[in-house]
Design a protein. Structure first.
Length: 583
């Protein structure tokens, strides 16, 4: 959501829970910091409660930088420096402190949402406003459960807030049961919330269309996970480098060409008894409702506007989190992690940050003219320490000849250095390390690029996702031509090559998954796509151990689920064991 600066005092008044362990906070703060007795029985009071629920994302999860790292750093196409990726990047999840927030943060939000709903239900306010407020809380609760069930499998369910139930210890429920709750919450929310076109809708908030779009994604997640073991999916991957000898006799690393590898789906635990076809029918139904405008008008933004700060409330952005520039509480590390902050506002020199990027295997997925790499990847950049020697980094390695005038082996490049790079006048350099990755430009546009906590935006759900979910569902239902049409809508926006003839169902499945990897790179989706399709282990291990930045990508069965925090196991009498491999 967009946290406008003027609502910050309300956020502080509404508050969020203070976190230790899930059970600890339940025992220590059973009535939350949202105090119903202090909230007026008015629409403004209902809005305060809803804002308090939303505030969990910033004054809890994103504020301390655990998010988005817990969603993003464990994936085949994502890389960065070892000091940042740490245990998360290497697959040593139980030693990763940030993962505590992946468990506690959503449960804090769920408790606050339940308390807000219970309070708002008793208010004497306009019925439409009441329904919308409750619907927003239902959406947030459903999304929190969606994050949890994908990450942990069977999880506890909280039917109401702790101050109402007095219950501190909740047992884990089966995956299917959790999804039933998610679907129920989102279905109700889709009918209770305002549409974007309604006069009382507040820009930046979730809407009826957000709930319908998330429902489509939930159904597609269940459906793909329930597909039969052995289902084939092709992924372009492989070891990152080969070695060669340059003109001076030195050994150098050269990027390999990614190879197409056919993976056979493994069964996904918890989804075995689900009906994949029926679930894909529901995914297609809900996605088409959004596409047809049943829950409000949605459209793809132009590529020029997609990542513009001024267009964060456009209809494409269906649900996301935006921080407040320079605020010590309502901040995120998104801009620092992905873009980096400058020596001075508007400077060409980065002072720090810009660490997380995509691998060369990912970069090779694109057509040369695709705007997602032409405009969406940083090709020339400079750090403050390069000023003294007029240096600059460039990407990709394959551009060595046209950027420097010599190929990666030191041979003269036919035609020499391109004029555009010659005119820059820099001493260009390239390193086969975390210094030179396919760094996204998605998070560059902020109001002040010289501070560590500007007004960044993290998208959780975009209209492009709904279109690709619809394409995926239609493909699995045997409608390849329909799938191609909606796939091409996303491609056309980015000037990518359009498909002209529908592929086979198996080929189209791989094409759509690859399109998701291209479209949603650095948006925290890739791990979960690999998990739901049952190819996570194969995709990670196909890299051959170490990725472009020497990050360990070897994975075993225990990495399929995150470990429940140890203090939760120790204090919750209803949970006596952890996920497989983490005991």
């Amino acid at each position: 959501m967009k946290f406008y600066h003027y609502i910050i005092p309300v956020l502080i008044a509404a508050g969020t829970l203070t976190t230790t362990s899930c059970n600890d906070w339940l025992e220590e703060k059973p009535e939350s910091m949202i105090q119903p007795k202090n909230v007026p029985d008015t629409e403004d009071g209902a809005n305060q409660l809803v804002t308090g629920v939303y505030s969990n994302w910033l004054d809890d999860m994103f504020r301390w930088s655990e998010f988005p790292r817990v969603l993003e750093l464990d994936a085949d196409y994502i890389s960065g420096p070892d000091w940042l990726f740490g245990n998360m990047g290497s697959g040593n999840f139980q030693a990763e402190q940030a993962l505590d927030k992946m468990w506690k943060g959503p449960y804090n939000l769920i408790n606050d949402a339940n308390l807000a709903v219970r309070t708002i239900q008793g208010m004497s306010i306009d019925e439409a406003a009441k329904n919308n407020a409750i619907g927003e809380c239902y959406f947030q609760e459903a999304f929190a459960y969606f994050l949890l069930v994908r990450a942990y499998g069977p999880i506890p369910y909280m039917a109401t807030d702790v101050s109402a139930s007095g219950e501190f210890h909740h047992a884990r429920r089966p995956v299917a049961e959790i999804y039933d709750h998610i679907i129920d919450l989102l279905t109700k929310a889709s009918e209770m919330m305002y549409k974007r076109s309604d006069k009382n809708y507040k820009a930046g908030h979730v809407s009826a269309g957000s709930a319908a779009g998330l429902l489509a994604k939930v159904y597609a997640t269940m459906a793909s996970a329930a597909m039969p073991a052995g289902t084939e999916i092709t992924v372009r991957t492989g070891e990152p480098y080969r070695t060669a000898t340059d003109v001076n006799g030195n050994e150098v690393k050269l990027y390999r060409t990614a190879s197409a590898e056919v993976f056979k789906k493994q069964a996904v635990a918890g989804y075995e008894n689900m009906d994949s076809k029926a679930l894909y029918e529901k995914a297609a139904e809900w996605a088409k409702k959004v596409i047809d405008g049943e829950y409000g008008a949605y459209e793809l933004s132009s590529y020029a506007n997609l990542w513009s700060r001024q267009h964060r409330t456009d209809s494409e952005m269906m649900w996301g989190v935006e921080s407040t520039s320079g605020d010590a509480t309502y901040q995120t590390a998104v801009h620092t992690y992905y873009s980096g902050y400058k020596k001075a506002q508007g400077s060409q020199f980065l002072n720090s940050g810009g660490w997380i990027g995509c691998s060369n295997n990912w970069y090779q997925l694109f057509d040369d003219q695709d705007l997602r790499i032409v405009k969406g990847v940083r090709h020339v950049w400079r750090y403050y320490y390069q000023e003294d020697y007029n240096g600059a980094f460039y990407y990709p390695q394959s551009w060595s000849g046209k950027v420097t005038g010599k190929d990666a082996l030191g041979n003269d490049y036919p035609g020499g250095q391109d004029k555009v790079y010659k005119d820059m006048g820099y001493n260009f350099q390239y390193n086969t390390s975390s210094e030179c990755l396919a760094f996204t430009t998605k998070y560059d546009d902020v109001s002040n690029d010289a501070i560590t906590n500007p007004d960044s935006y993290w998208p959780f759900l975009r209209y492009a996702d709904v279109l690709l979910i619809y394409a995926e569902a239609e493909n699995e239902l045997g409608n390849q031509s329909e799938a191609m049409t909606y796939l091409n809508m996303v491609r056309k926006r980015s000037n990518a090559t359009l498909m002209t003839t529908p592929a086979s169902q198996t080929s189209m499945r791989s094409i759509i998954l690859e399109e998701r990897a291209k479209e949603f790179a650095c948006e925290g989706d890739r791990r979960w796509d690999l998990i739901r399709w049952g190819i996570y282990l194969q995709a990670m291990n196909a890299i051959g151990g170490r990725d472009d930045s020497n990050i360990n990508k070897s994975r075993t069965e225990r990495n399929l689920l995150y470990p429940i925090p140890v203090d939760e196991i120790n204090t919750n009498d209803s949970i006596n064991s952890n996920n497989p491999g983490w005991n």
